[in-house]
Design a protein around this ligand. Structure first.
Ligand code: ADP
Length: 202
């Protein structure tokens, strides 16, 4: 089973690309969903977070208070690293488990949808990395339009992430999304026909 890591930057078009492959019935693993799952009520993940950060981050109904947790780690780098250490292993295990499930189902390929794929060194464990790239000025424009941000806000969000130009180095395939949606879909159809369909026809 081909393990494809799909990544991008904020508003580069990763969701749009993923939608295309979902429509082709390629299974995918959403790391954001898994990250929420591992801290659901009653999980070892939530117990660990509770132990690390105290009652302050737990709501009355026993669920995680994300806002409170976000506030703690936003102001404390050491705590942020502790949180990452604590949850990273759990997230990885769960992601491996889901991949295993698709493999036993006979899926020829699975897409790992992981926003921090490069930063979390996921590329070491995957077969190929596909990057949805846009040029900096287009990224700002699309983010302003999608989220209604001012230019300053959009720039601040983009600059808080690893730059797409730096991510290119880690990618095997770069999907350039500077053009029209049609131009994007042409590249995706080509990828589908060249990289994935042959695996399905084996
Ligand atoms: P991401 O998931 O990487 O944050 P999205 O797929 O949500 O990015 O795309 C960001 C925004 O740009 C969305 O509003 C989307 O509809 C729009 N968009 C994506 N690709 C194109 C394109 N080629 N041309 C114009 N708008 C686009």
């Amino acid at each position: 089973m081909l393990k494809i890591g799909l990544t991008g930057g904020i508003a580069s078009g990763k969701s749009t690309v993923l939608e295309f492959f979902k429509n082709k019935n390629v299974p995918h693993i959403d790391a954001d969903v898994v990250a929420r799952e591992v801290v659901e009520v009653g999980t070892p993940g939530l117990a660990a977070v509770h132990k690390l950060f105290g009652d302050e981050v737990i709501r009355d109904d026993g669920s995680l208070n994300r806002e409170a947790l976000g506030n703690v780690v936003f102001h404390n780098e050491e705590k942020r690293l502790q949180l990452n250490d604590c949850l990273h292993g759990l997230i990885r295990e769960r992601i491996d488990e889901i991949a295993q499930f698709y493999e036993t189902q006979g899926a020829p390929a699975v897409i790992y949808d992981i926003p921090l794929l490069i930063e979390g060194k996921w590329y070491e464990r995957l077969d190929t990395v596909w990057l949805v790239y846009v040029s900096p000025n287009i990224q700002v424009q699309r983010l302003m339009e999608r989220n209604g941000y001012s230019k300053e806000d959009a720039l601040a969000r983009i600059q808080s992430q690893m730059l797409l130009d730096d991510k290119r180095f880690f990618a095997d395939i770069i999907i350039n999304n500077d053009g029209t949606p049609d131009e994007l879909y042409k590249q995706l159809e080509k990828l589908w026909h060249e990289k994935l369909l042959p695996l399905y026809n084996k």
